[in-house]
Design a protein around this ligand. Structure first.
Ligand SMILES: [Zn+2]
Length: 427
C-alpha cells in the first residue's frame, strides 16, 4: 500500500539512507507494487509473444515450450521437472546438440520465478530459450556456446504463485506457492538438521538436480537489482564462501556489462559493492535454494535479482532484455572457466575410494601415454593449462592408451570424475 511505502521512505530518510536504496524484496510488511501505474498485457497466443512485450498466459507458455520442441527437435526437448500443488507443470527446456562425438559438455541451469510475483525473469528466460535455439547455425558465438554446453532453462519454478489469480493473468501474483509456502525459504538448511516439510515444487526441483550434473546455475528473482552470491545463511565475516573472489569477479562482469548499456541499473542495494553482494551481507536467510545447491550438488549457484519492479510493466520487458541478455549469455560461458577447486570433489566421486591413484607412463611423453588405475566405464578428460578441454576418452578397462601426437608441447591435466594427474608433453 502507498501508506506503507511512504512510512518506509520516511524511515529511510530519518536514518539518512539515500532515497535511491530500496527496501529488501521480502520486507515485512510487504511493499505492494502500485498497479495503477503499470500496464500488464497478456499474450493469449504464441504469435502475440512475437515482440516480447507481453506476459504469456499459462496456456500460451505451454504452447511456446511445445512449439520450440517441435521446431528444433535435434536441439532441444522439454523436461518435466514436476508439478505444482495445483497440478501446473514445472518445465525446463533442455538444449543439447545431438552429435556423434564424445566431447564432455558441462551442464548449466537457469531457473526463474521461484517467487511467483517476480516475473521479469520468466519472460527473460523464455526469450533466452528462443534466442539460443533460433540463433543456432547463424550466430557463431551462440552456436559455439550450444556446441560446448548443455543448457537447461526453467522459466517458471512456481507457476501457482504466478497464476494465483488464474491462468490468464500475472497481475497480483503472489510470492508463495498455493499452500502459502515461500519456496526460497523451504530448502533444507545444509548447515543445520532438517526442519520444515519440503514443498512439492522443491522436492521435484531437488530430484531434477540429483538426476543431472549441473556445475553452474542461477536462480532469478525480482524486487531489487543485485548479483547475490553464497552464502545466504552467513555473513561473509562469519563464513565466506570458498570461492568468494571468483563470485565477485563473475558478478562484476555481469553488472559491468549491464551498466555498459544501462548505467543506472544494479545500483539500488546499499550493502552491495556496485551491484554485487555476498548474500548474508545483504540479509541473512536460511532455506534458500542457493545455499542448498552449492553445499549439496557440487554446483555453483547464485541468486540474480534482475529488476527492481517485481512485476515489470510488460512494455518495458524489451528494454530489460536489451541490457540483460549479453550478461545472461556471458554467465553461461563462465561454466568453462570454473575455479579449479570447485566442480569436482574427489572424495565424493563414484569409485574414488576403491580406485586409488591414477598412474600414467611414460611421463613426459611424446606419442602416446598409458593411463592405469581407471574404474572400467569411467570417463577421462584432458585439459590444457588454460583449462581448455582437448579430449575425452571413455575407458572400457582399468587401463587405456591415449594418442597425444597432435598435442602441442606443454603441461596437461588428465582428469576423471574424481581424480587427476599432470602429463607433460614434449616435442
Ligand atoms: Zn525473490
Amino acid at each position: 500500500m502507498k501508506q506503507t511505502l511512504l512510512t518506509l521512505l520516511m524511515l529511510c530518510s530519518a536514518v539518512g539512507v539515500s532515497a535511491q536504496y530500496r527496501p529488501r524484496p521480502d520486507a515485512f510488511p510487504p511493499v505492494e507494487e502500485d498497479f495503477s501505474t503499470k500496464s500488464v498485457s497478456m499474450a493469449t497466443t504464441v504469435e502475440e509473444m512475437a515482440d516480447w512485450d507481453r506476459y504469456p498466459t499459462y496456456e500460451t507458455y505451454l504452447a511456446m515450450m511445445s512449439r520450440w520442441a517441435e521446431t528444433y527437435p535435434t536441439l532441444c526437448h522439454v523436461d518435466t521437472i514436476g508439478t505444482s500443488v495445483q497440478d501446473r507443470l514445472i518445465l525446463s527446456m533442455y538444449i543439447e546438440v545431438q552429435t556423434d562425438d564424445d566431447l564432455y559438455r558441462p551442464e548449466f541451469f537457469y531457473s526463474s520465478t521461484i517467487h511467483g510475483d517476480e516475473v521479469t525473469g520468466y519472460v527473460m528466460m523464455l526469450r533466452l530459450i528462443d534466442t539460443l535455439l533460433s540463433s543456432y547455425g547463424s550466430s557463431p558465438e551462440l552456436t559455439a556456446l550450444v556446441n560446448s554446453t548443455r543448457i537447461s532453462i526453467n522459466p517458471l519454478a512456481n507457476p501457482d504463485g504466478t497464476y494465483y489469480r488464474g491462468n490468464n493473468t500475472v497481475q497480483r501474483a503472489r510470492r508463495a506457492n498455493a499452500n502459502g509456502v515461500d519456496l526460497n525459504r523451504n530448502y533444507p538448511n545444509p548447515f543445520a538438521p532438517a526442519k520444515a516439510a519440503l514443498a512439492q515444487e522443491n522436492r521435484a526441483m531437488m530430484d531434477y538436480f540429483e538426476s543431472h550434473n549441473f556445475r553452474l546455475s542461477a536462480n532469478l528473482h525480482g524486487g531489487a537489482e543485485v548479483m547475490n552470491f553464497p552464502w545466504d545463511s552467513y555473513t561473509s565475516a562469519q563464513n565466506p564462501h570458498p570461492e568468494a573472489t571468483w563470485w565477485r569477479e563473475v558478478g562484476r562482469r555481469f553488472v559491468d556489462t549491464v551498466q555498459s548499456y544501462a548505467p543506472t541499473h544494479f545500483t539500488d542495494v546499499q550493502e552491495a559493492d556496485n551491484g554485487v553482494v555476498a548474500g548474508g551481507d545483504w540479509y541473512v536467510i536460511t532455506g534458500g535454494r542457493q545455499d542448498y545447491v552449492n553445499a549439496t550438488y557440487n554446483c555453483l549457484e547464485m541468486t540474480m535479482e534482475i529488476s527492481v519492479d517485481k512485476t515489470l510493466s510488460s512494455n518495458r520487458l524489451p528494454e530489460y532484455w536489451h541490457f540483460l541478455a549479453p550478461s545472461f549469455i556471458n554467465y553461461i560461458k563462465e561454466i568453462h572457466n570454473l575455479p579449479a577447486s570447485v566442480g569436482i570433489d574427489p572424495t565424493q566421486a563414484p569409485g574414488y575410494a576403491a580406485a586409488g591413484t591414477l598412474h600414467i607412463y611414460p611421463n613426459p611423453a611424446t606419442d602416446r601415454v598409458v593411463v592405469d588405475g581407471l574404474v572400467p566405464g569411467e570417463r577421462l578428460w584432458m585439459y590444457d593449462m588454460q583449462g581448455r578441454l582437448t579430449g575425452c576418452y571413455p575407458s572400457g578397462a582399468e587401463s587405456t592408451e591415449i594418442d597425444i601426437k597432435k598435442c602441442p608441447q606443454g603441461v596437461y591435466l588428465l582428469r576423471t570424475e574424481g581424480r587427476q594427474v599432470k602429463l607433460v608433453v614434449e616435442r
